[in-house]
Ligand binder design. Structure first.
Ligand code: NAD
Ligand code: 2HG
Length: 630
């Protein structure tokens, strides 16, 4: 049988996320007046050596000579080096522990610093090839042992050859001295490790680049901490999603690309190939055509409440989960609704505009209090019911109409129909969802049923109101004022122009779809939606998913998890379990949840199985998507 490969790891910026010598310089130069200039010289020498521009041994000697380094400094760094482990190395400790005979550490760094890390990784001391510092009687570092090949240029290749390893040798590192190992013929493959630092010449000289241990193990066909390297999973976030989301997703190891504005259908089709997760807000249409062009897509997140811009059924039919943030901007919309109601009642915006033109018009005519007026809320969901509470606390009477049964809060009264509500209300506020059937539910006929001079608010979706009819009713004075935040056609970016028949009308407040656009709401949405995505990607949890059955799941532990999304048709679970049994998989736990369209089966199995056995599961009739997680 062929010998298994030996993995030879560099230390600085590979197994740990620091450059040892720079960390030692920080300690040795603390309080030194020339510290900044010496640090700069040391950093420059390190970069030159790592990029292959300066002989390594020469750079090491020059750097040590610049430093008042002592045994205590070395001991201080050694004491905290375990905290400096590279994140992907820390999460793959099991790989090191399971393969003690296949790991070597080779470094121009120093034994005292490397030894604690080698011990944690289970690498035996004879497989740790590194420099030995020399000290004078007072404990000051004088240099390194010059007989050690690692103190010289090309020393890594020589040291590795000295081990007389059999089988393929795989070199992993971030620096030029690591690339040299392959160039000198002492390694069969060289991976440029770029999780901590990415050096172009090193990447260019490598057989492949790996941005984490997970990518390395994946490239070598080995089992790592995760079933798939997260850095290879591409997340594309459009429409200026809050940085909190980007940070959360990147911290979890995923690769995130962002685009400031929305993309139109063709632009999105051109960008969607290779994307695993798409994030949008309200402007990007995720149509069936887009979903057809998506070859890797697993999930879509609406970083907002509304999901009418996403073809939810088409996504479910392709096994693509869709999430939103149903409550994160609710309060912001409600506060804006209260604000514009008061502003309309008092004609604030027209009076303010007149003042800016230099006109003083102190008059109470047509200005009214909210207190005692009737607010009619159409759509008594999260926003409508929250508005109900705030409006009552301002002294308004609240009536509402909803298609489904809703708990009336406080003294709010449910009305049997939209028409009754329109006839009773001084202010009508629309908070229905954006389903297609709600198109133009407020048109000329409904406006005619409203009280003379009543106010209309639309902070829900643009297509709900026939804006042509509203403009006529406002122009004729039939409707006393309106606040509109959402429009049938909205510009894709801030640079695009806006037009509407509502422009220029008296006592009409137009806002650019900012009901949910507060700093608090955007941050909360970013965090919530990112967490939902991570729960789905990392453990298959579909809580709050709007188009697949919701299943709440704990982290996978001591098992492998098989996620199977299928068309809801008879016999799928039986077929799936037959396939699992045929493959000899031992089931540790299983959940099934279905809705009228789709089924979701989660099966945790013993880790001990032949991976090829899983192929049979993908062929179960009705399968839409199959995923393995660990
Ligand atoms: N302007 C903004 O920036 C902004 C921000 C957030 C949400 N929104 C929009 O606000 C709306 C409400 O959001 P939500 O979180 O309260 O949604 P929700 O789903 O909690 O509530 C919607 C309610 O409307 C009801 N409904 C639907 N159609 C109806 C109809 N024709 N007649 C009566 N009731 C009907 C539903 O039964 C539901 O109770 C959505 O359209 C959402 O997209 C806008
Ligand atoms: O931020 C947006 O683009 C939309 C906000 C709002 O309409 C929502 O649905 O939450």
């Amino acid at each position: 049988m062929a010998d298994a490969a030996t993995f030879v790891f560099d230390f600085d910026s590979t197994l740990v996320r620091i450059e040892t010598l720079e960390a030692l310089a920080d300690l040795a130069l603390a309080g030194c007046p020339d510290a900044a200039s010496i640090r700069t010289q040391i950093g420059r020498l390190t970069d030159q050596a790592m990029a292959g521009e300066l002989d390594f041994g020469e750079a090491l000697r020059r750097r040590l000579a610049l430093l008042p380094l002592t045994r205590e400094h070395v001991a201080t760094l050694a004491a905290r080096i375990l905290d400096e482990g590279t994140p992907s190395v820390r999460r793959n400790l099991a790989f090191f522990r399971d393969n003690p005979g296949r790991i070597v550490i080779v470094s121009g760094g120093f034994r005292e610093i490397i030894a604690p890390v080698a011990e944690r990784l289970g690498v035996s001391p004879d497989r740790v090839l590194c420099n030995d510092l020399t000290y004078d009687a007072s404990g000051r570092v004088t240099g390194v042992d010059g007989t050690n090949p690692l103190s010289r240029a090309g020393g890594k290749a020589e040291a590795i050859r000295g081990l007389n390893l059999t089988g393929p040798i795989v070199m992993i590192g971030d620096g030029w001295t690591d690339a040299e190992v392959k160039l000198a013929g002492a390694a069969d493959r060289f991976y440029a490790f770029t999780e901590v630092v990415r050096r172009e010449p090193v990447v260019a000289a490598a057989d492949a680049e790996v941005a984490s241990m997970d990518e390395l193990l994946h490239a070598e066909g080995l089992t790592g901490r995760w079933s798939y390297p997260r850095s290879r999973m591409k997340i594309l976030l459009l429409e200026n999603v809050h940085p909190a989301a980007v940070e959360r997703l990147e911290d979890a190891g995923y690769t995130v690309d962002t685009v400031k504005g929305a993309l139109d259908e063709d632009e999105l089709i051109a960008r969607i190939r290779g994307v695993h997760v798409l994030g949008v807000r309200s402007k990007t249409q995720v149509s069936a055509r887009v979903l057809d062009a998506a070859d890797r897509l697993m999930a879509v997140a609406a970083f907002c409440i509304g999901t009418n811009q996403i073809d939810l059924a088409a996504a479910a039919d392709r096994g693509v989960a869709v999430f939103n943030a149903p409550y994160s901007n609710t309060r912001s919309v409600v506060e804006l609704a209260v604000g514009v109601m008061i502003a309309l009642m008092r004609d604030v915006t027209d009076k303010s505009a007149a003042m800016h033109r230099g006109e003083w018009n102190k008059s109470a005519t047509g200005s009214r209090e909210l207190r005692g007026k009737t607010l009619g809320i159409v759509g008594y969901g999260a926003i409508g019911s929250q508005l109900s509470v705030l409006a009552e606390s301002l002294g308004m009477r609240v009536v509402f109409h909803d298609l489904t049964e809703r708990l009336a809060l406080g003294n709010a009264r449910r009305l049997p129909s939209l028409d009754v509500l329109l006839a009773e209300s001084d202010v009508v506020s629309l908070h229905v969802d954006g389903r297609v059937e709600n198109t133009a539910i407020i048109g000329a006929a409904q406006l005619a049923r409203m009280k003379e001079g009543a106010l209309l608010l639309n902070l829900s979706r643009g297509h709900i109101v026939d804006v042509g009819a509203l403009s006529q009713a406002l122009g004729s004075g039939r409707i006393g004022g309106a606040a509109v935040d959402v429009f049938p056609e909205e510009p894709a970016t801030n640079a695009d122009p806006f037009d509407s028949p509502l422009r220029g009308l008296k006592n009409v407040i137009l806002t650019p779809h900012i009901g949910g656009s507060t700093e608090e709401a955007q941050e909360a949405i970013g965090e919530f939606a990112a967490d939902r995505l991570l729960a789905y990607l990392n453990r298959g949890d579909t809580t709050f998913c709007v188009n697949l059955p919701n299943v709440q799941l704990a982290e996978v532990s001591g098992a492998h998890r098989i996620l199977h999304i299928h068309r809801n048709q008879p016999g799928v679970l039986a077929d799936l379990n037959r396939a699992l049994a045929a493959a000899g998989l031992n089931i540790l736990g299983q959940h099934l949840k279905t809705d009228e369209r789709t089924g979701y089966v989660i099966t945790d199995v013993d880790r001990d199985y032949d991976p090829q056995a899983l192929d049979g599961l993908k062929t179960v009739a009705g399968t839409l998507r199959f995923r393995l997680l660990y």
